[in-house]
Ligand binder design. Structure first.
Ligand code: M6R
Length: 611
């Protein structure tokens, strides 16, 4: 989703801003722009629809130079993705603003500002901010004072960066519902919507909190909180991040991230396993006491993270008997919910900044939940900061828009949660926790074995390259795995893919099956295997082409219209983690064959920070 970079320095900051935008490309965008106060004290701007590379090229032909500037990648919400709507937006060549988020009352503000004589040149909600700020600046004189007054009139979500030709020594920022972080340098300071954008220039960061306004100068940073009080926010030193910037030997970040899974699953487990049990305190010092009170679990997430939640429901109810509901955040947040007594509210998110998930968490506060737990990959995210308990998934930065290692590490985190709750409530079958702890220890190396099937999966991908539709089938806990496989395929190959519980086939979707409709399924050696085999017969009888990732012992073999890829043996409980990997590889290789933009698929953003 949209990205912001800003800088104030003694040197020319154009290259820093462009490099920052390149590092934010993974978030998804459709246009980009940059504005600086140039050496004559004038505001200069360059904008392009399309890639940052085009903006960069334009910048070499018409060089911009300045010591104060802001830049933006836009993911269109209000107004088409074109140069006219790209940020930064200007007011009277005096002020420039970049904005992440959505201003809900933009229409009313637009009318008021038009009455005041302001001319609009874009269809965006952002342009009202810059004109409103211009109006306030001329009323109040000081840029920070004007920004504080302007944001009072904005309804909705914003992360803002502002520069003014009349006050060229400072960069202003405001955060409400859209993250911003200040990067600290020596005699220079920076701003971004994601610290990754600034790793080239600093490893020291100050995260703005909800309602904060900041004034960033070369030698100082001043922050006011929601109530206008001067505040000091903690400086955080980042150690990681360098690994994310580089694809290494891989052609795409997605492939690199698929192959990182053994290593990052190992990291998710580190410090969380005792000899024969899960360490409950891994969820926080008060976790044991809190978990003892839990009688129900409510899981909320979006997209891939929602699929992880669906797997967890099978684990929680099947292994511990603790009831569990799972819902997508965008629905949950607008529903009147009957809260079950003693419910633990669990959010799952790679980014920790997904607008719907955050809103659901905020609504849940005061609604009668026992406590909130975030299973999240970003330690500094809003979700983590606003939750009572956290389990970090430690997958490292995920750059590919299609989530891969985030999903498998979420599954590991959710299995740890299941075992921790089962342990505290003494609900696990005798010996099961020790058995699964042992299996978890072996998991990283076994995932490495699954990845060694890559060539076989690449071959199967050839069956898809020309197809337009696909069905994914799974039964029981493998149904959400099938959903995740279908989501991956549609996201990056643009092939229409639907997932069904295999038992539902004859209730409708079977009508779609013919020789042009590949049907992908996962068939571990579990108690539903025989039922699944019958469903596969139904497909074959209609001429459907089957691609089956099957346990060696499943008794499924290659044959006319059936392609079986054999999977190494795994424990039934951990099967969703193992069987996810070939589906990730499958969608990756189909996308490569179709020549799509694997890491930045069209219309999608990495972190969905607006509704
Ligand atoms: O950062 P989150 O886990 O909260 O993101 C949720 C979804 O937007 C995300 O999983 C999305 O569905 C991915 N593109 C899936 O690959």
């Amino acid at each position: 989703m949209c990205g912001i970079v800003g800088a104030v320095a003694e040197r020319n900051i154009t290259a820093i801003l462009i490099e920052g935008l390149k590092r934010l490309e993974y978030r998804g965008y459709d246009s980009a722009g940059i504005a600086v106060i140039d050496n004559d004290g004038q505001l200069s701007r360059l904008r392009r629809s399309g890639k940052v590379a085009e903006l960069d090229q334009a910048q070499t032909l018409e060089p911009l130079s300045g010591r104060l500037g802001i830049a933006h990648t836009r993911w269109a919400t209000h107004g088409a993705p074109c140069e006219r709507n790209a940020h930064p937006h200007f007011s009277s060549h005096e002020l420039a603003v970049v904005h992440n988020g959505i201003i809900e009352n933009h229409q009313a503000l637009r009318e008021q500002l038009k009455d005041l004589g302001y001319l609009f040149t874009s269809d965006t909600d952002t342009e009202v901010i810059v004109h409103l700020l211009h109006h306030k600046l001329h009323e109040l004189g000081d840029l920070a004072t004007a920004l504080k007054a302007a944001v009072q009139e904005l309804h909705g979500a914003y992360g803002l960066a502002v520069i003014s030709a009349s006050q060229p020594d400072r960069l202003l920022a405001a955060r409400s519902g859209s993250p911003l972080v200040i990067g600290l340098g020596l005699g220079e300071n920076f701003l971004a919507s994601d610290p990754l954008a600034l790793r080239q220039v600093t490893d020291r960061f100050v995260y703005l909190e909800e309602g904060d306004i900041a004034e960033i100068r070369r030698e100082s940073v001043r922050i006011w909180d929601l109530n206008g009080q001067d505040v000091q926010r903690e400086t955080v030193q980042h150690q990681d991040g360098a690994e994310a910037a580089d694809k290494g030997e891989y052609r795409h970040f997605m492939l690199k991230e698929i192959h990182e899974q053994p290593k990052v699953v190992q990291r998710t487990l580190e410090g969380r396993l005792g000899d024969a049990q899960v360490l409950v305190e891994a969820f926080g010092p008060q976790a044991a006491e809190l978990f003892a009170k839990v009688r129900n679990v409510q899981i909320i997430a979006c997209g891939t993270s929602y699929h992880a939640g669906m797997v967890a429901r099978y684990w929680l109810e099947g292994l511990t008997g603790i009831p569990c509901q799972v819902e997508v955040a965008s629905e949950f947040r607008y529903r009147k919910v009957a809260v079950q007594p003693d419910s633990l509210f669990v959010t799952i998110s790679q980014s920790g900044e997904t607008a719907d998930t955050l809103a659901a968490l905020r609504n849940a506060k005061g609604a009668g939940y026992l406590a909130s737990l975030a299973i999240c990959n970003v330690a500094t995210s809003s979700l983590v900061r606003e939750s009572d308990l956290t389990l970090l998934t430690n997958a490292g930065p995920e750059i590919g828009v299609a989530s891969t290692k985030a999903f498998t590490t979420q599954l590991v985190g959710l299995l740890l949660l299941t075992l921790a709750l089962g342990q505290v409530h003494k609900r696990l079958a005798p010996g099961l926790e020790a058995e699964l702890v042992e299996e978890l220890r072996r998991l990283p190396s076994r995932l490495g074995e699954v990845l060694s099937m890559e060539k076989a999966v690449e071959k199967v991908a050839e069956l898809f390259a020309e197809k337009h539709h696909t069905l994914f089938l799974g039964r029981g806990v493998q149904y959400p795995v099938a959903m995740e496989g279908a989501l991956k395929l549609k996201e990056i190959s643009y092939i229409h893919a639907e997932a069904y519980p295999a038992g539902e086939l004859k209730h409708g979707p079977l009508a779609l099956v013919d020789s042009d409709m590949p049907v992908v399924t996962v068939a571990p050696n579990d108690e539903l295997l025989e039922k699944l085999k019958s469903n596969l017969q139904e497909v074959r009888a209609r001429g459907g082409q089957l691609i089956v990732f099957a346990a060696e012992q499943a008794g499924l073999e290659d044959g006319e219209g059936t392609h079986v890829v054999s999977m190494p043996h795994c424990h039934e409980v951990l099967a969703p983690i193992y069987y996810t990997l070939p589906l990730q590889l499958l969608s990756y290789y189909v996308a490569v064959l179709r020549g799509t933009d694997v890491d930045q698929p069209r219309n999608l953003a990495k972190s969905v920070t607006v509704e």
